[in-house]
Design a protein around this ligand. Structure first.
Ligand code: C5P
Length: 224
């Protein structure tokens, strides 16, 4: 059975990475979190004072950055490394999240990450999640999943997640943040979030995580 490239794109907080990781684990595939790559670049820029209007500085920074992953299919944990240092915890912090959309909109940054993503996918047998994987990075992927969910339901899930970590945030604040990210991701000039015409739509509003995973695995098996 051929090894596939599986592209998982969609809106923020739809359960993309949760689904993609478990599908990768079940199929014995590699998992590539492209959002983590943009977050890691953002962290490097912040740590090294790289200015977003300094094309030469950005070039030098991108040339000196190496990003890698270690995915444990048993625990489902994915560690991101920036120049050899584990940064998974740090890149999830709010100060990184707040800066990432400006960094990920830079054409130089996108070009450099897409080159890396092509290398990571060369051996196939990968599940890659992001915003532009099916439309831009791997337009020939055998399976393209586009994930969406009702914004209010996404906000409620995120609120419950935060609450489980001991953080109380109002539903409206979360909903506004989700709507802003949807807007930013779909309206940016370079590789905006779009549903690929040959993708299959996975609306997670009324599905459990296990149902989502089963649904994608089934679609993958049909393509093997
Ligand atoms: O998926 P995650 O929330 O970690 O992604 C962080 C940010 O990185 C997104 O809000 C988006 O701006 C950017 N991104 C992107 N292209 C991708 C993946 C993520 O522009 N393929």
């Amino acid at each position: 059975s051929p090894t596939l490239i599986i592209a998982v794109d969609g809106y923020s907080s739809c359960g993309k990475s949760t689904t993609a990781k478990q599908v990768a684990a079940r199929l014995g595939y590699a998992y590539i979190d492209t959002g983590a790559m943009y977050r890691a670049v953002t962290l490097f820029f912040l740590r090294n004072g790289v200015e977003l209007d300094d094309a030469d500085g950005i070039r030098r920074a991108l040339d000196s950055i190496s990003i890698s992953f270690r995915f444990d299919p048993v625990t489902g944990r994915n560690e991101t490394y920036l120049n050899g240092d584990p940064v998974e915890g740090e890149i999830r912090m709010l100060y990184v999240a707040n800066a990432v959309s400006k960094v990920s909109a830079l054409p130089q940054v996108r070009q450099s990450m897409v080159t890396l993503q092509h290398q990571m996918g060369k051996k196939r047998g990968i599940v890659m999640d992001g915003r532009d994987i099916g439309t831009h990075v791997f337009p020939d992927a055998e399976l393209k999943v586009f994930m969406t969910a009702d914004p209010l339901i996404r906000a409620e899930r995120r609120q419950a997640e935060l609450l489980a970590k001991g953080t109380i945030v109002g539903l409206n604040e979360i909903l506004e943040n989700i709507k802003k990210r949807d807007h930013d991701d779909t309206t940016r000039a370079v590789s905006p979030l779009r549903r690929a015409h040959d993708s299959i739509l996975l609306d997670t509003s009324y599905r459990t995580v296990d149902e989502q995973i089963e649904w994608v695995i089934q679609a993958a098996r049909e393509r093997m």
